[in-house]
Design a protein around this ligand. Sequence first.
Ligand code: PMP
Length: 435
Amino acid sequence: GFDDGGEHARLTRRRAAVMPSWLSTMYSEPIDIESGSGRHVWDAEGNRYLDFFGGILTTMTGHAVPEVTKAVSEQAGRILHSSTLYLNRPMVELAERIAELSGLDDPRVFFTTSGTEANDTALLLATGYRSSNQILALRNSYHGRSFASLAVTGNRSWSPSSLSPVQTSYVHGSRRRGTVLEGLTDEEFTEACVRDLEDTLDQLHGNVACLIAEPIQGVGGFAAPPDGLFARFREVLDRHGILWVSDEVQTGWGRTGEHFWGWQAHADNGPPDVVTFAKGIGNGLPIAGVVARGEVMDSVAANSISTFGGSPLTAAGALANLDYHQRHDLRGNARRVGAVLRAELRAAESLASVGGIRGKGLMLGVELVRSDGGPAPETAALVTERARERGLLIGKGGLEGNVLRVAPPLSLTEEEAVEGARALVEALRAADSSV
Ligand code: PMP
């Protein structure tokens, strides 16, 4: 820990120095993370936690994976120099690997340092390619915290902005309690969303650059739309030449267990034009990027340089991380262990406060409701505290903050899945009986 006179002083200092005053931490007493190994982290007091959130899905292969650590430290000893003015081997190799894995036609990769910048780049490409600053996005979405990515984020609790560099229209495409589409079957839901998209495009005379969407909304609470929805969207978009941008910041790298990318559950009418990625590829290192069809990538004439995007340090770490992922088939692991986790969580379904459990692979959401069926953010806050007391870290999400998010590293073992699920069910029971 820091040498600053104890936890309370440290906390006070951090509140003053680090956070904007309006930003709250996850727990009543923030956790001071100090080290990690595999799926576990330790705080400064020496408490051990099973990590079921991976620092918001950033930890893909696990904490302190020796192969990743070695690649980063060797690269740090070689050179830290960074700039896309020059080539560097790790960046080029990583670009080739991601292009090959992307499933896109004629793929090109551009690296950034965050998911936000990756989405900004995607918007730059789409608006340039289409000469339109009209964007379609989904209600309840989250795409980042820059001026442009906030301007396409449906969940406005993240966005204090009033001016916007793009014009965004929000269409239906996410399943959420309390909306006009609640209670529809998958088929009815899909038809309603397609009609909404068509109607919105009629209003805009089809003059739209792109639809940007998360295949499963992350911050929005892990509710997956019916498989095939985006393939139906793609058919409509194609009539106007509108691009499909898939934000795979949370759903990429096999997180859903079924596929390598979330969009692949919606692939009937071809791949997206642009995919954005971040989080898991760096295993905690700041690396992200865009992979796009060559024609789209080349359409923006501005000679764009990113100083830190694809730095040899982060690229070397990401390469080792991706190697580990593929050698151990972590996509397959996410499916197998995700099924174990889902089965164990079934024990929570009978609790009054549990409105439903949803998601895919190692991306599971537990929705908490009040007795009248309305959202229960207070119960969610209570469960996260009770889980912490049982040595388990989980996340929260959903527009109302009433969805628990479970997204462990993709290397989670079956034993850890069982252990963590049981701790979560106990935490849910403890909170259930106190509300
Ligand atoms: N897109 C999605 C779907 C995200 O979940 C996030 C981060 N939560 C972002 C974009 C932004 O990524 P970053 O925080 O790396 O800027």
